[in-house]
Design a protein around this ligand. Structure first.
Ligand SMILES: Cc1ncc(COP(=O)(O)O)c(C=O)c1O
Length: 389
């Protein structure tokens, strides 16, 4: 008798053609210019995050366990201070800590939608949404315009995700789009989930200079704004993220009541990182300045071939592909790989058009060396897409 597993945990065999081919190339010891590295803590990137706030923890304090579903008051106040720096007032009682933004999505999907219910998600966007939704039994419906959102909400969607600025398009939600989306959510009783993990990485030289306004004070509809140490301080390994709940009082209270049960069931944010959170957030600017300096140099190199961005750590590069059978961007990514350059194929993020995506955190020497090959692919003759059959 075969053991039963749920369809929610069936993810097929995972690896895509480009990452499989890259693994083969690495195993063969062939040179590879890797333009996909986006974890600042990776050795050799030269963007070391600042963890000095952890040194202030004494053993007895770090070992003390104070279970609180939403997190320590000191940590929630530090998050509120972070938003004060963004020009908005956030009551610390509206802050909920989680181990990561990804975990926060899992909690929200559980609280906002039952199995089979729909959440609207921008496309292209961050690929992990698919995995998180599948685990929660939620159906994701991609949208590309406010009109798509309107249709999705009319069909019963329970929430709308915005990524501000989006990964990997690098675009912020424009003020008029924000007004339309919050109005639509209010009208349909849906929740707006604003993912702002890259909000601090705007205003970089050469990118579009758009004022990055946080959703954390959105009052028109029930809104949950997400961010965390992963990108704000470059510390995904410390496992601390947060949600800010805003909007009409009744809806806010109802959501906080439900999140209280979910958060209390897991109590997943470690005590040491909660204690260190005020210090870590207070020292974020040194790290962010280093990252922004790298982003500015990288953007200066790729801006001639990349699509315009407002912020974030990625650059989408439109390329030319001739046939339509293979997923968009794959043929180019495979051709680049054959020349020793690793990029992400755009279809992984939901692009319908041929695009490859590269990380602007890439060390300058690596990016400079890879650039002529990328420019040739972006501007040159179309790469034939191999037929799938
Ligand atoms: C748009 C977006 N949201 C969320 C995350 C995940 O962040 P965390 O490490 O807090 O789970 C990422 C990570 O790259 C991301 O790009």
């Amino acid at each position: 008798m075969r053991v039963y597993f749920s369809s929610r945990s069936d993810f097929g065999h995972g690896e895509n053609a480009v990452s499989l081919a890259a693994a083969v190339r690495r195993a063969a010891g062939l040179p590879l210019l890797d333009l996909t590295r986006s974890n600042p803590g990776d050795p050799g990137l030269g963007l070391e995050p600042d963890v000095s706030a952890l040194l202030a923890l004494s053993l007895d304090v770090a070992a003390r366990y104070i279970p609180t579903s939403f997190g320590l008051d000191s940590a929630r106040s530090a998050v509120s201070d972070y938003y004060a720096d963004h020009g908005v007032t956030v009551d610390p009682s509206c802050v909920v800590l989680s181990a990561s933004t990804s975990e926060a999505y899992g909690w929200l999907f559980t609280v906002l939608g039952g199995p089979g219910e729909t959440v609207l998600v921008p496309s292209p966007s961050y690929p992990l949404f698919g995995t998180l939704a599948q685990l929660a039994g939620i159906v994701l419906r991609p949208y590309r315009s406010v009109a798509d959102v309107e249709r999705g909400l009319a069909a019963g969607a329970v929430a709308v995700i915005v990524v501000h600025p989006n990964n990997p398009t690098g675009l912020l939600v424009a003020p008029h789009e924000r007004r339309s989306l919050s109005g639509l959510c209010a009208r349909h009783g849906a929740t707006l989930i604003a993912d702002e993990v890259f909000l601090d990485y705007t205003g970089v030289a050469g990118t579009r200079q758009v004022l990055p306004t946080t959703f954390a004070s959105e009052a028109d509809c029930l809104t949950v704004t997400l961010s965390g140490l992963s990108k704000v301080c470059g510390l995904p390994g410390l496992k601390a993220g947060w949600m800010v709940v805003s909007g009409p009082t009744l809806d806010r209270t109802a959501l906080m009541g439900r999140l209280d049960h979910v958060a209390d069931a897991y109590l997943s944010v470690g005590m040491p990182v909660q204690l260190a959170l005020p210090g870590l957030l207070a020292s974020r600017r040194t790290f962010q300045a280093r990252v922004k300096a790298r982003l500015a140099v990288s953007w200066g190199l790729v801006s001639g071939v990349a699509s315009v961005i407002d912020g974030g750590w990625c650059a989408p590069v439109p390329v030319r592909e001739s046939a339509v059978e293979a997923p968009p961007g794959e043929a180019t990514a495979m051709a680049l790989l054959a020349e020793g350059v690793l990029v992400h194929p755009g279809y992984l993020f939901g692009y319908d058009e041929p695009v490859v995506v590269l990380s602007l955190l890439t060390p300058v020497e690596v990016l400079s060396q890879a650039l002529p090959t990328i420019v040739r692919r972006a501007r040159g003759a179309a790469t034939p897409r191999p037929s799938e059959n």
